[in-house]
Design a protein around this ligand. Sequence first.
Ligand SMILES: C[S@@+](CC[C@H](N)C(=O)[O-])C[C@H]1O[C@@H](n2cnc3c(N)ncnc32)[C@H](O)[C@@H]1O
Length: 353
Amino acid sequence: MNSTTFRTVNLPATPVQRVRQPADIFEALLQSIQGGESHARPTLELTPDSPFMPFLEIGYALRACMERPARHDYLLQRLRPHLSVMVGTLPASIQPMGMLPKLAPLPSFRQLEEISDDEIHHWLIQEGGLIYGEMQRFELENYFDAVKAYLAPGGIMVDLGSGLGKVVMTAALSFPFTRCIGVELMNYRHRLAQERLVRVLTLTRQGLEALSEPLKPETPLRLPTGITVNGRHLLELGARIVFIENDMFKVDLRGASLVFLYSTCFGPLMDALSNKLARELPEGAVVTTTTYSIRHPAFQLLESHPPGTLSWTSVMIYRRVGPPMSEPAAETRYLHQPDVEAWETRAREELGS
Ligand SMILES: C[S@@+](CC[C@H](N)C(=O)[O-])C[C@H]1O[C@@H](n2cnc3c(N)ncnc32)[C@H](O)[C@@H]1O
């Protein structure tokens, strides 16, 4: 598919009232996994065993400064050295609607003065990566149309930062991957993805029962992407989808054939991510990114779609080339340095409002 044939809007989705054919089941399943971008965001839990405790402590210290005008100068002074890793003007999670609980801080939590620049830097990187968004349905249809040219049937698809699981489940429905795996750091998003999977599998079972002719394992089946597989694709759907709650940097990617990264908020992570992908992925594996490119000799750019074509943002498709790599690429390639004065003006406006 070339850019002139990309879809630009979602087709109106009519709820599936009656299942007559497998295409109706696909439609009902795809409809059931839309809209995750507007899910209610719960605040993080303030419990001693939370893996987010260090994140909460630093977030509380920053928020305490944001809430007191007398501390604004100090807040800006501490944030200023880290603009290269900040998404937006002020961190979203310390805002009134952000991820931090409204509860009082724990007595052991430190003040901002006791928190190092290095800790703030890493906090900001993590904070940016936790921002949530999803591609729309038509964008994912464009995506799988573009990427399928580089994939052989079978293989393992991985979404690093899989959120509510839309891409993983769309992949499992759209292409004959042996397995589709989502890795998500935030517990509640992982849980929502699992709940959505249960709903998808329930709808699949109900849809299969409603068919006038039972779908047999060997019956030819046409996927929404136009690829023909057989009935096992739907009959064994549940066995092909896995959601893992973990940090993407702790998951081994050695067997993956397609890695999807909705990397629009991963700018400061791109160096570490591309080094990891170069170290672990087999030659020939395909990696796709949004907004940020991979600048690493182990990746050959296959396609680059500018904003407003495949998706609202740019989408790049790469192939892993060359022998296994153990050494990280030394230099840092992704830092950007926004205009400090313009940032400070915007930040003061936001703090004042
Ligand atoms: C922009 S959302 C994309 C969700 C999903 N991939 C999609 O496209 O629909 C990015 C997700 O990455 C998750 N994330 C950020 N850092 C992560 C990490 N280190 N390990 C795993 N997930 C992470 C965030 O919590 C968020 O749910």
